[in-house]
Design a binder for this molecule. Structure first.
Ligand code: FAD
Length: 352
């Protein structure tokens, strides 16, 4: 069976690896740039299942995805020697008012009832967990099992593991259209008009997925939502826990690097880090951890979350309406978190 995957981000590479692991011999990943060039290496790397889920179904799915990482990190290290820096650094979601804290208490109670670890702490309790917090807090919700990985390391590990498993990754190769014959997707055409035939094509082109010609018109559209990030370095390292306030977050890597994010912008694929973006990100970060004011600004970047335009915004995973075409795209803010479980689901759908 020949399988062609369009896109070499975390979705394309993780799915290729899983297919190879299940015995598929002929898997090719076609990547326009280099593997991990886009959202997947740009992400903050939080595995924030309890913070990011919006309902109980999503909570279960996200927690399963987070827990899948423990074994995956070990197997990637064994296969490649690369450490993806999987750490249960925990999350503190900060509340500045009693009203905000009461709302958090509802979600914490619900999660505890489902057997998850979560607790409400007062300001002193929050500071006992993370010394560097701001003043003026009513309290916080603490989720000790939330975790993180280092996305560039994850992508490096995936590329090495897939290559060693026999997958061919072709960088610098743009798919110009899906090829359909007799109502079935039978391959892809490349820039130079070369056609690559395949039994199965998997669309994993991230926020560009709806721009690949030949994608069925009835599929929900995937649009880009730009996010900007700023990397700080604190010496010596002080922060240890991921901090959230609203959509703003601070992700300490544990070695002095601190990723601060982010924006959610509907500006198409405009690749710009803006003054307003950096201003709001650093303002929010310093508001939760004031000593970050002394940290060095190392760099800033942006990329594009693949966001599904539908009422629920649910990712597109598995079979599509076009026979021969499968989907692994549209994971918006949580594509790193959902990578392993998506790869498993897509491989199962393809091999069913
Ligand atoms: C600022 C920011 C912070 C984030 N933080 C987190 C986080 O903390 N935790 C989390 O879980 N998620 C996070 N995400 C979301 C996560 O990064 C994405 O959901 C995930 O990386 C999407 O992976 P992907 O493989 O679908 O897309 P991408 O990584 O964008 O990969 C798609 C690939 O397809 C290639 N491609 C496109 N068109 C073609 C074509 N025609 N031919 C060949 N190749 C093509 C592109 O070059 C690209 O490499 C964040 C995203 C952003 C932008």
């Amino acid at each position: 069976m020949r399988i062609v995957i369009v896109g070499g981000g975390v979705m394309g590479c993780a799915t290729a690896l899983e297919l190879a692991r299940r015995g598929v011999k002929d898997v090719v990943v076609l990547e326009r740039a280099v593997p991990g060039a886009e959202a997947s290496s740009a992400a903050a790397g939080m595995l924030a299942a309890q913070i990011e889920s919006r309902d109980e179904e999503e909570l279960d799915r996200f927690v399963t995805a987070r827990e899948a990482y423990a074994g995956w990190a070990v197997s990637l290290r064994e296969a490649t020697g690369i450490d993806i820096a999987h750490r249960r650094s925990g999350v503190l979601a900060l509340a500045r008012s009693e009203d905000a804290l009461a709302q958090m208490r509802q979600s914490v109670d619900l999660q505890r009832a489902r057997g998850l670890r979560a607790e409400i702490v007062d300001a002193a309790g929050a500071r006992a967990i993370e010394r560097e917090l701001c003043d003026g807090l009513a309290g916080a919700a603490y989720y000790p099992d939330e975790a993180q990985v280092d996305p560039p390391q994850l992508l490096r590990a995936l590329v090495v593991a897939t290559s060693r498993a026999g997958v061919v990754i072709r960088g610098g190769t743009t798919v110009s259209t899906l090829v359909t014959e007799g109502g079935r997707c039978v391959g892809v055409a490349l820039d130079e008009r070369e056609i690559t035939r395949a039994d199965v094509v998997i669309l994993a082109a991230g926020s560009w997925s709806s721009l690949v010609p030949g994608v069925p018109a009835e599929l929900p559209k995937v649009r880009p939502v730009r996010g900007q990030l700023v990397l700080l370095e604190e010496r010596p390292p002080r922060l240890g826990t991921i901090l959230f306030e609203g959509h703003a977050y601070v992700v300490p890597r544990g070695d002095g690097r601190v990723i601060c994010g982010s924006t959610m912008e509907d500006v198409g694929h405009r690749r710009e880090v803006t003054a307003a973006g950096v201003h709001s990100i650093l303002g929010a970060a310093l508001a939760v951890a004031p000593r970050l004011a002394e940290a060095e600004v190392v760099r800033s970047w942006c990329n594009f979350r693949p966001s599904v335009v539908s009422a629920q915004g649910t990712p597109l995973v598995g079979a599509s309406p076009l026979p021969g075409l499968f989907l692994a795209t549209g994971h918006h803010r949580n594509g790193i978190l959902l990578a392993k479980v998506t790869a498993d689901a897509v491989a199962s759908a393809v091999l069913a």
